[in-house]
Design a protein. Structure first.
Length: 84
């Protein structure tokens, strides 16, 4: 709790841009036709990504309040429970 971990917006923005870049590469890699045709879009997956982004946005706040060990344990446990 002694290190200032910031507000988490840069972390969330960098994570979102990385996910967007990898998603674009994978989308064009799995497309069978011309490059302007994209793969099928699943809106529920977008909602899952939104909840994951909100969790990543809250990570610095949780770590600063609970500490690194307990904060990451709670965060990883909630990822495992909600992911399965």
């Amino acid at each position: 709790k002694q290190v200032d971990c910031g507000d988490g917006f840069f972390f969330a923005a960098a994570m979102s841009l990385g996910i967007l870049a990898v998603g674009g590469v994978v989308n064009f890699a799995v497309t069978d036709g011309p490059i302007w045709q994209s793969a099928e879009f699943y809106p529920l997956a977008m909602l899952g990504g939104l909840s994951w982004m909100l969790g990543n946005l809250m990570t610095p706040t949780i770590i600063s309040r609970l500490g690194l060990g307990l904060g990451l344990t709670v965060w990883d446990l909630s990822n495992m429970i909600l992911g399965w």
